[in-house]
Ligand binder design. Structure first.
Ligand SMILES: *Cc1c(COP(=O)(O)O)cnc(C)c1O
Length: 257
């Protein structure tokens, strides 16, 4: 018998996820209405880090077909445990070049591209696998030293190098806003990303599309949508609080969320 990744889930897990998903979708729609935007423009990517595979089967049953993970190792384990489901995997966390091979094998999207070394490693591995990968360039919009991502003034030059990597399908920019209770400071991060995207649209090399803006998490996705997000990455608002600390994912996180 196939290993289904542990004990089975219950119908109440499915109902619970379906209800939370519906609530988040309503909040997305409300933020879109406030901003005069069409909710169809905003993709919701559930971020399933720390949620074990058996529960993610319930998430799938509740309608989640694409999942985002911060760490490649964890994503790989879940991909293997749920290979029987038509799930698509998005890696949203910093990547070491020695993990490029795994990403090239099973991921459909990588949202944290911030170095040519990683671009090169991914492109080479994708060639071997005969696959392509949707990518987002991660930008550090908060200016915090601890955050991954290119500084805003490096992005245009970086973009000019990307056509060399034919297996990478550039979709847009990604950021994490500052973790702050001060809404104006959070909003400033999102605005910066949008302005950068608008400039890239005008200057980007032919064939590269920077249309998408991946920004906004459980604590700030409504602000991100008001500032133009086309993709929000939502974990805890769907899956509940995590047992891990945010500093496990982005060094130096102050833990205000
Ligand atoms: C965990 C994570 C998220 C989701 O965070 P929540 O606060 O759970 O919504 C979004 N983006 C990245 C890069 C993450 O690692």
């Amino acid at each position: 018998m196939a290993d289904t990744g542990g004990s089975a889930f219950s119908q109440s897990d499915v109902d619970n996820y379906a209800a939370r998903l519906a609530t988040v979708r309503e909040r997305i729609a409300a933020a879109c209405r406030r901003a005069g935007r069409d909710p169809a423009e905003v993709r919701l990517l559930p971020i399933s880090k720390t949620v074990p595979a058996p529960l993610l089967r319930a998430a799938y049953a509740a309608g989640m077909t694409a999942l985002g993970e911060n760490k490649v190792q964890e994503a790989k384990g879940k991909w293997q445990a749920m290979a029987d489901l038509p799930l698509s995997w998005s890696i949203v966390g910093h990547l070491q070049t020695n993990k490029a091979r795994d990403v090239a094998r099973f991921a459909d999207e990588f949202q944290a591209l911030d170095s040519l070394r990683v671009a090169e490693a991914l492109d080479r591995r994708l060639e071997v696998e005969d696959r392509t990968l949707d990518v987002f360039v991660q930008v550090n919009t908060s200016g915090e030293e601890s955050k991954f991502g290119l500084s805003p003034d490096e992005v245009a030059a970086f973009a000019r190098e990307l056509p060399a990597f034919s297996r990478l399908k550039v979709k847009g920019l990604m950021t994490l806003a500052i973790f702050s209770a001060d809404e104006a400071r959070v909003r400033r991060c999102f605005r910066l990303l949008r302005d950068l995207r608008d400039r890239l649209r005008a200057e980007a090399p032919a064939g590269l599309s920077f249309e998408q803006l991946s920004m906004g998490m459980s604590g700030d996705f409504e602000i991100a949508i008001e500032e133009g997000a086309t993709l929000v990455r939502v974990g805890q608002a769907i899956f509940g609080p995590r047992p891990t600390k945010d500093a496990d994912y982005w060094p130096g996180a102050a833990g205000i969320s």
